[in-house]
Design a protein around this ligand. Structure first.
Ligand code: BTN
Length: 249
């Protein structure tokens, strides 16, 4: 583990994010990793389940950044870049690993990893604690996912060990967080844009209450996704999922 970081391993748990959030709420200072061999109640974004059989990596990082909650905009993109570094270190070709807004990492256009970040506010909208949950499909992936999925084993032809993958991830995330300046989200956004999936191309965006179709123009420094609609107007989105275009244009 990087110096000053704790790690706890569980053969089975409900959700490493839930364990980390509970300990954060109880006052554990961190930084602490919670790692599980499998999860019985793995949680994904927007209330979805995260299938968590043995063989993949399931881990959550509890820490207390000295920042306002409003300064965390770049964090999901920084974490996605750390996962991208990890997938490349595990043998995925550089150009094949792309970041899909807001929190997914694709290999050859298929989802290989997802990120679930949860945070808690202290008085004055300062950050109390943050939990970064990361799932990486090392050996298997769900066949029925909304967005097509893949695994490191399928992409590289090699079996990645969970302990080795976790060690790489813990190291690269530590390095990226140490270099992170919450007051300068532009640096992270610029790096994320270079390996983003679908920027400059037509995509479908599904939010909680609408489905939009347009050209992804880019990522704002505050994490908003810029979408140009066919009538020429522009929308900025802060929550949703991106898919290939549903209909040909
Ligand atoms: C998503 O793409 O919907 C996010 C998935 C996040 C899954 C990880 S696995 C480790 C951690 N524990 C959870 O319950 N969820 C996250």
């Amino acid at each position: 583990m990087p110096e000053g970081t704790d790690a706890r391993y569980f053969d089975v748990c409900g959700s490493t994010n839930s364990l980390a959030v509970e300990d954060g709420a109880r006052g554990e200072h961190g930084p602490t990793w919670f790692v599980a061999g499998r999860q019985e109640n793995g949680r994904g974004r927007r209330g979805r389940d995260w299938t968590s059989y043995g063989g993949n990596l399931y881990c959550s990082y509890l820490f207390r950044p000295k920042a306002m909650l409003s300064d965390l905009a770049a964090l999901p993109f920084l974490v996605a870049l750390a996962v991208r570094d990890t997938l490349r270190a595990l043998g995925c070709a550089d150009a094949s690993v792309q970041c899909k807004w807001p929190n997914d990492i694709l290999v050859n256009g298929r989802k290989a990893s997802g990120i679930l970040i949860e945070s808690s506010a202290a008085p004055g909208l300062r950050t109390d604690f943050v939990v970064i949950g990361i799932g990486i499909n090392l050996r298997h992936f769900p066949m029925d996912a909304q967005f097509p999925a893949t695994s490191v084993a399928d992409e590289t032809g090699r079996e990645a060990e969970t302990a080795a993958a976790f060690k790489i991830l813990a190291h690269v995330l530590h390095e990226r967080l140490a270099a992170w300046d919450p007051k300068n989200p532009a640096a992270v956004a610029a790096e994320w844009r270079k390996c983003a999936w679908g920027i400059g191309e037509r995509r479908e965006i599904r939010t909680a209450d609408e489905t939009l179709d347009g050209i992804l123009i880019g990522l704002d420094d505050d994490g908003g996704l810029r979408l140009q609609l066919d009538d020429g107007s522009e929308r900025r989105l802060y929550a949703g999922d991106v898919f290939p275009p549903a209909k040909p244009h």
